[in-house]
Design a protein around this ligand. Sequence first.
Ligand code: GRF
Length: 190
Amino acid sequence: MKNIAIFASGSGSNARKIMEYFAPHAEVTVQLVISNREDAGVLEIATSFGVDTVVIKRKDFYETDDILSVLEKYEISLIVLAGFLWLVPAYLVEAYSGRILNIHPALLPKYGGKGMFGMHVHEAVKAAQESETGITIHQVNAHYDEGQVVFQARCEVTPEDTSTDIARKVQVLEHRHFPEVIDQVLAKLP
Ligand code: GRF
């Protein structure tokens, strides 16, 4: 059995897709959802799937490594960031080197980095009159959106598309690909 912990800050639509995908899976279990916000929608979704939840405080996350013992207790093989807005601290990147994945709603290295999240990304794509955008699934290092790219998928952007239209197209790609890519990454882990 390989165990996943999902880190998420928001509504959790990707986390839901991941939990749906792995619910019937013979070799992989989503064991834990960790959030930095106690009112995050993702916590309710996790509970509806019978997945344990943990809410972390900023001070504990950055000034202690307490989260490592939680991850060890659940024997977590892979950390998946699904809309997690805090930078992952160095001690966690080191402990889970090559075993933390993030999804970003653009074609990195374009439209990445601090402050590039949510609608800011799609508004920037629109403002630049891009003809395509997409998703990037990548390994996480100690800098925002800079780890090794594992997978990208693209979609067309037309001049008529609003930033909301772009967000919708990108979300379709996220939901379609993220669970499968996680599955493939897990299959390659020792
Ligand atoms: C997604 O667009 C993802 O790419 C980004 O945060 C968003 C999370 O959305 N990292 P949701 O909470 O899964 O709906």
